[in-house]
Design a protein around this ligand. Structure first.
Ligand SMILES: NC(=O)c1ccc[n+]([C@@H]2O[C@H](COP(=O)([O-])OP(=O)(O)OC[C@H]3O[C@@H](n4cnc5c(N)ncnc54)[C@H](O)[C@@H]3O)[C@@H](O)[C@H]2O)c1
Length: 369
C-alpha cells in the first residue's frame, strides 16, 4: 500500500500523523510511505529523520494525495484540501474528522466518495475511545494551565492567581464531564491548589473520580440545575462533555454566563464537537479568547497542537496499530475483523455510515456493508 502523510494545513497546527518510527514499521512490512516536505518540522521531526527510516519526500501535496491509498492526517481536511479528497477514488483518509460539527467537511467527503475513518469514533467494546484518549489527556491537562494564564491580567483576565495565597482564596474550578479530558483537567487543577468540582451525568464516572481523588475535589451529579449552581460561583469552567459522534449538548447558556463572576474564564474543550457553551465558536492559538458578558471564552479546537513535541508522539503511539492493520489488510477486512475500527468509519462511497453524523446534519445513513 502507498501511505501518504501530508503537512497539516490548519492554523497553528504543528502535529504530524506519523513519526519516523511509524514509517519504519510500515516500510519494514513492504509499504511505501510518502511524507510531504516539512510535515514534521513543527514537531521537531526533520525531513531527514523520515528519510532515514524509509520515507520518500514529496514536495507537491497534490502528487501525494493522488498517489496514496491511505492518507494519514491529524486534523480534518481544511477547505484548501477539499479538492484533493477526490484525487484517488478508493483512498482511505484516517484522521480526526469531527463531522457532526462540520457540514462542509461532511459534504466534501461525500462528494469525494472515498472512505474516511475518524480517530475520535474508533471505539473499544468498553466504550472507551483509544484514539481520542491521548489528545483528551493533553487538552485536559492544558485546560487548567490556560485558565490560570487567562485569569491573570496579561492573559486578558481579571488578575487572579488560580491557587490563591495565604489569606486570599484560590479559584473555584468547575469541570463539566468526568471522562478522560475532565479527569486530566481535574488532576492539574487539584495540583494547582484550586477548589475543584466535577460534574457528570454518569454516576459511575463520578464514583471513579471520588475514589481517585480521595476528597481532593467534589463530585456532582449533572443536571441543568446542578450546572447552573456550579457555574454561579465559578472562576473557571471547563466544558469536557462528549456524546460520541454527535454534536455536544449545550449546557451553559449566555444568560448563565451573564450571572457568573466578572472576569471568569470558560474553556470549552468540546468545541471540536460544536461546543457545550451557547456562544462557543472555534478559536485559534494566535487569538484564543473572546469576551462574553464580562467573561472570557477560550475555545481552541486543536489545543494539543500547541504542544506538538508531546502530542505527535502520544497520538502516533495510539494510531499506529490501526494504521498497520489498514495497510496490511485494507480497511474493509481490517474493519470486519475489528469492530472498534469499524466504529470509526464515518463515510464511505458517498454515504454517511455513522448514525450520529447523519442525524447531526439531517442526512440519510446506511450501515457498513
Ligand atoms: N479542544 C481540543 O483541543 C480537544 C482535544 C481533545 C479532546 N477534545 C474534546 O474533549 C471532549 C471530551 O473528550 P473525552 O475524551 O474526555 O470524552 P469522554 O467520553 O471520556 O468523556 C465525556 C464525558 O462527558 C459526559 N457527558 C456527556 N453528556 C453529558 C451531559 N449532558 N452532562 C454531563 N456530562 C456529560 C460523559 O458521561 C463522559 O463522562 C470531546 O468533545 C473531545 O473531542 C478537545
Amino acid at each position: 500500500m502507498i501511505v501518504g502523510v501530508p503537512r497539516e494545513r490548519k492554523e497553528d497546527e504543528y502535529r504530524v500523523a506519523l513519526t519516523p518510527a511509524g514509517v519504519r514499521e510500515l516500510t519494514d512490512r513492504g509499504h511505501r510511505v510518502l511524507v510531504e516536505q516539512g510535515a514534521g518540522e513543527g514537531s521537531a521531526l526533520a525531513d531527514r529523520r523520515f528519510m532515514a527510516t524509509g520515507a520518500t519526500l514529496v514536495s507537491n501535496p497534490d502528487e501525494l494525495w493522488a498517489a496514496a491509498d491511505l492518507v494519514l492526517k491529524v486534523k480534518e481536511p481544511e477547505p484548501e484540501e477539499y479538492g484533493r479528497l477526490g484525487l484517488h477514488r478508493d483512498q482511505v483518509l484516517f484522521t480526526y474528522l469531527h463531522l457532526a460539527a462540520s457540514r462542509a467537511v461532511t459534504e466534501a467527503l461525500l462528494t469525494a466518495g472515498n472512505t474516511a475513518i475518524g480517530y475520535e469514533t474508533v471505539r473499544l467494546p468498553d466504550g472507551s475511545l483509544p484514539l481520542l484518549t491521548p489528545m483528551s489527556e493533553v487538552a485536559g491537562r492544558m485546560a487548567p494551565l490556560v485558565s490560570a494564564h487567562h485569569l491573570m491580567r496579561p492573559g486578558g483576565g481579571r488578575g487572579s492567581l488560580i491557587c490563591g495565597v495565604p489569606g486570599v482564596g484560590c479559584a473555584n474550578v468547575t469541570i463539566i464531564g468526568a471522562g478522560v479530558a475532565g479527569m486530566a483537567a481535574a488532576t492539574i487543577a487539584v495540583g494547582l491548589h484550586a477548589r475543584v468540582r466535577v460534574l457528570d451525568r454518569d454516576l459511575e464516572r463520578l464514583r471513579r473520580a471520588d475514589h481517585h481523588f480521595r476528597g481532593a475535589l467534589d463530585t456532582v451529579a449533572s443536571s441543568a440545575h446542578a450546572v447552573e449552581e456550579a457555574c454561579l460561583d465559578a472562576d473557571v469552567v471547563i466544558g469536557a462533555v462528549l456524546v460520541v459522534g454527535a454534536r455536544a449538548p449545550m449546557l451553559v447558556s449566555d444568560d448563565l454566563v451573564a450571572r457568573m463572576p466578572e472576569g471568569s474564564v470558560l474553556v470549552d474543550l468540546s468545541v471540536d464537537q460544536g461546543g457545550c457553551f451557547q456562544s462557543s465558536r472555534p478559536t485559534t492559538h494566535s487569538d484564543p479568547t473572546f469576551p462574553v458578558h464580562g467573561s472570557l471564552f477560550y475555545c481552541v479546537a486543536n489545543m494539543p497542537g500547541a504542544v506538538p513535541h508531546t502530542s505527535t508522539h502520544a497520538l502516533a503511539n495510539a494510531t499506529l496499530p490501526y494504521t498497520l492493520a489498514i495497510a496490511e489488510h485494507g480497511w474493509r477486512d481490517a474493519a470486519r475483523s475489528d469492530p472498534s475500527l469499524a466504529a470509526g468509519v464515518n463515510v464511505s462511497g458517498g454515504a454517511v455510515v455513522l448514525q450520529p453524523v447523519a442525524e447531526a446534519h439531517g442526512l440519510p445513513w446506511r450501515s457498513l456493508p
